[in-house]
Design a protein around this ligand. Sequence first.
Ligand SMILES: Cc1cc2nc3c(=O)[nH]c(=O)nc-3n(C[C@H](O)[C@H](O)[C@H](O)COP(=O)(O)OP(=O)(O)OC[C@H]3O[C@@H](n4cnc5c(N)ncnc54)[C@H](O)[C@@H]3O)c2cc1C
Length: 355
Amino acid sequence: MYVTYKKMKSFYMKNVDYIIVGDGYAALFFAHQLLLNNKSFVIFSEGKKSASQISAGIINPVVLKKFTTFWLAQEQIDFLKKSLKEIEFYTGENYLIESPIHRIFHDENEQKLWLKKSDNEELKNFLDENFDHLNDVKNDFHTGKVNQSARLNVKGFFAGLLNYLENKGNLIKEKFDYSEIDTLNSTYKDFSFKNILFCEGMGVKENPYFSNIAVIPNKGHHIRVKLSDSIPEDITIKKKHFLFPLDNNLHFYGGTYDREQLHHEIDHSAVEQLQKGLSEFYLNDFEIKEVHFGFRPTVKDRRPILGRHAQYSNLYVFNGLGARGILNGCYFSKTLFDYIENNIPLPKEISIDRF
Ligand SMILES: Cc1cc2nc3c(=O)[nH]c(=O)nc-3n(C[C@H](O)[C@H](O)[C@H](O)COP(=O)(O)OP(=O)(O)OC[C@H]3O[C@@H](n4cnc5c(N)ncnc54)[C@H](O)[C@@H]3O)c2cc1C
């Protein structure tokens, strides 16, 4: 019997609905959609600490400079909480830390602005009208509490989910090699795929199919500090940056924003900025134990970029999560899934076609 090379090849090929490239928030929240919908997939992880893994984990519906909110904030918060419950169902762990943000006011004007904004229809569910005074930090003008804000246990989330996916055989710990994609036959090495979704964060610049999408790196540092006088309460304090406890007797403080110094090393001016920022409201001594940095994939209009390749109809991108990787990654993973699987058009605000 005559067997063609193509037939022979397809015999040992592993068929998957999706290949996902990357292992940050975009990739893992999309993988969650695939799990919910019984789709087969593999994730390629090159094993570098992603921007997601060094993120603070803050879940915040308010822009804390001007006390404004953003597009779909309430929907995003609700959807995230629902999704984390679903993830808890299969990993067995809750990663949501329901500890709200307390924003330290700089002066009376900020207090007045907060109160005025808390009357606003869009903000009234987020800005608490009653101010709090914190005992362990300098807050002469008190603090405003952001209702519905919370934190993700970042370390637990990635350890739990990646471990779950590895045990199920969904995780491939190697760098994805773009030159091995055969677009004609929809194969990659020994995988035959229906779709590939690229979720590489700033790594997308190496992707020949999507390197020109309009994402701009924004470097962020955070420090992990040992406070000489610990803050007993598990709260998230915000002044310039966020301060909150980690699980190892250290506190997280960060992150900075920088579009200029984009080298792949620690930037000492960012560390100084953090040191100064923290000492403005934590008046006791602290020791910097660790410094971490990562690159946020940001977009000029502050909206993610989702969509299909103009020429290859089964190649997709999910990027531009910016400073809100958790909310954007979770909410828009469903939007993207519905677009690919159910032909529901992408809102123009986030579509790759808007550029
Ligand atoms: C200091 C700091 C603090 C932050 N704090 C918060 C916060 O509190 N809340 C919040 O919501 N967001 C926060 N963010 C933003 C958030 O981290 C980003 O929006 C998010 O990480 C982007 O996720 P991503 O999945 O698109 O990309 P990434 O997290 O960068 O993940 C992409 C992954 O793909 C991998 N990859 C790339 N190319 C390949 C390849 N060829 N093969 C295999 N793997 C590949 C990379 O190694 C990387 O691990 C913060 C960011 C920083 C820097």
